[in-house]
Design a protein around this ligand. Structure first.
Ligand SMILES: [Zn+2]
Length: 139
């Protein structure tokens, strides 16, 4: 059976000219991802409670000042976009973590090339290389 050169640890690809990953760096990346997942789960829970409160406020008290209703609708929209944002980030972090544990971390999900160490150190959640990410954002 083929054994990986580093003794079975996850092998994450690098770009030409980058230094190979050290075990410590990979450990840090994984910790970052786990931390992100936990942070986003907490943010979502908080935001769900906030939304509940806002919806409650929105339904009780007929005959309220329209200005109050308007500001609470605004608050609700804001809270919902925050929640959406947290959900997206949670999704990204969970995907990256899953890829990491599957030993498939660090490959661009779009073109299949290495994402690169510099980029992953800065954005551990990245699942696309810079080129593909920019192309996607231009769409
Ligand atoms: Zn790519």
């Amino acid at each position: 059976m083929a054994k990986k050169a580093d003794g079975g640890n996850v092998v994450v690809p690098i770009l030409e000219g980058e230094d190979p990953w050290t075990a410590d760096e990979l450990e840090e990346i994984r910790e970052d991802l786990v931390f992100d997942v936990q942070r986003m789960e907490r943010a979502l829970a908080t935001s769900a409670r906030g939304l509940e409160r806002l919806f409650d406020e929105g339904t009780e008290g007929a005959g309220r000042d329209p200005a109050d209703v308007g500001s609470s609708n605004f608050e609700r929209d804001q809270e919902m976009s925050l929640a959406q944002n947290a959900r997206d980030l949670l999704d990204q972090a969970q995907t990256a973590l899953r890829l990491f544990d599957a030993g498939e971390y660090g490959w661009c999900e779009s073109c299949g090339e290495p994402i690169g160490k510099d980029r992953l150190m800065a954005f551990p959640r990245a699942t696309m290389c810079v080129t593909c990410k920019q192309r996607e954002e231009r769409r």
